[in-house]
Ligand binder design. Sequence first.
Ligand SMILES: [Zn+2]
Length: 184
Amino acid sequence: MSDTAQLLVAIDCPAEEAELQARRAVDSLVDGGVIASETPDAVWGRVGHAPGPAFPGAVEGDIGTRPEFWAMPDGVEVETGRSFVADPSFEMSLHCPRCVTTFDTDPDELGDAAMKWLDGDDATYYACRACGYEQPLAEWDGPHPAGFGYLALHFWNWPPLKPEIVQALSEVIGGRIRVVWAKS
Ligand SMILES: [Zn+2]
């Protein structure tokens, strides 16, 4: 079985604030019982914080109706530093704010742009495939976006977090959070 990562990417968090905001995010999740404070070497095969006692209430759906592998998800990893997260196929589905079209990315184009951004080019733009509107990579949202930033929380094999949990974290760190799904 492949692993699924639900990634919360802090797209507004500057590099110099990533460590601080990471601590704030983790403290908030620990205080709410969503994750445990300990970070054993391996939690169910993944390094990171184990699910906390309140995790069932933080995710969508009823425990009893979930697939069995979601009954106890893996750990939550915190990653700081310049990185992007995307499905390895780079086949993302984005929504253009100008022409209001939802389009599939060209994996080669998006991959090239992502590598430029990773190399330090903050002015890397990506263009809508329908109307040509360009905006910075991190701004692109849609049904299946990628995420670009300096702070990401990897929820390994977790059911979808409730929107209010994501919203609360966004308020804690003082910036937008992009939710990205990826398989590995
Ligand atoms: Zn467009």
